[in-house]
Ligand binder design. Sequence first.
Ligand code: PLP
Length: 457
Amino acid sequence: MPATTASPRSQSPAGRAQAAGPAETIEDRARAAARDAVTRPPGSPDFAALLRQDPEIAGVLLGESARQRDGLQLIAAENFTSTAVLAALGSPLGNKYAEGYPGARHHGGCEIVDLAERIAVERAKALFGAEHANVQAHSGSSAVLAAYAALLRPGDTVLAMSLPHGGHLTHGSPANFSGRWFDFAGYGVDEETGLLDYDAIRALARERRPKAIVCGSISYPRHIDYAAFRDIADETGAYLIADVAHPMGLVAGGAAPSPVPYADVVCATTHKVLRGPRGGMILCGARLAERIDRAVFPFTQGGAQMNAVAAKAVAFAEAATPAFGAYAHQVTANARTLAAALAGQGLAITTGGTDTHLITADSAPLGVDARTARGRLAAAGIVLDTCALPCAEAPGKRGARPTGIRLGTAAVTTQGMGEPEMHRIAELIGAALREDREARAGTASLVHRFPPYPDQD
Ligand SMILES: Cc1ncc(COP(=O)(O)O)c(C=O)c1O
């Protein structure tokens, strides 16, 4: 049912667009705004105003924008959102308090933001083929916290990838609520191949009889076999939680298998390959819908961030387009090419390659540890992460090695780079690791051909 709006206050184009007649719908209002060429609602970001009022923070914004444009952004968890997503994010919806869910809020005046959430939920359900979507989670960690809150009690046993093998902090780190409140048992990857060993996971599940099994990782570069995890969960009577913060955008674009048919609950971020605003989301079947919603609000969160919810809706619509499907497939093609080219530069690529946007590599064959590698790359304008590498030959004992680097192709693909540029990136990484002074200039000349926001450059 379309929402109606208040009576007109003004006959100016902008006034007509923002305050319409009693029978006018939100859709009528949007059409009138488009007809009258209203380019932004009152209350939209005004950078000139920020510059006048607070040059210190305006300078930070300018500096960060230049840093993002002038460097090679290879952090696997980052991307460049569209200006449409940023418009929703920086909109007056951020002023609105909206505790609760559409039609059942603890605050007045929610009828319009309710629309944003209903649209976001419907788009998420359609995009991922899920019966239920919660789009309020403030982050990926909040989504996982809510999933645990919905399904577990403190002290319950949970199986998840151990942190040195690629688990996230929310998968049982003692520094995180998860490790403090639940009894986590960590599974790992085969130390020779770097691949998940499903037989070993099944054996661990049989032994520990967990209440839930978490599949998902911050650094596993291969597709996960969700059917195998479902089978293990069914055999041992566990819930299956898929934490697909990383590959969710690939799932949306048809470039990675979907966990939705297999997992009881799917948690994700919206800001990685999915290219939406920074935030989280949860998908589940109708049976768990109410438990998940109550676990988000009121159990673990307060008011929803309606500007972020609207921005998620924009991103879901973008992700449903054929252009996004082509993008997702290009992301994985670029990652495969980059992984092979990096191997040519002497890096040891974990699992021998990648199925996704993500590559992990050992810098040891080049005689540098990961921190040194990251520093040399940063000096050349190349930004990426270090990561744990679960290899048997770790110095001293089994566990995380300091020679892992993690990179991804989501952001550079958004910039329009393709496979020829992946070969160039590998050359630049090799040069930077060898401390070749030419690397900085090479990076600059590459990235300046591919500005992240070409229309505003
Ligand atoms: C697997 C996984 N889970 C959870 C998260 C947490 O997301 P956020 O940083 O939005 O809390 C991440 C972030 O990288 C992740 O990779």
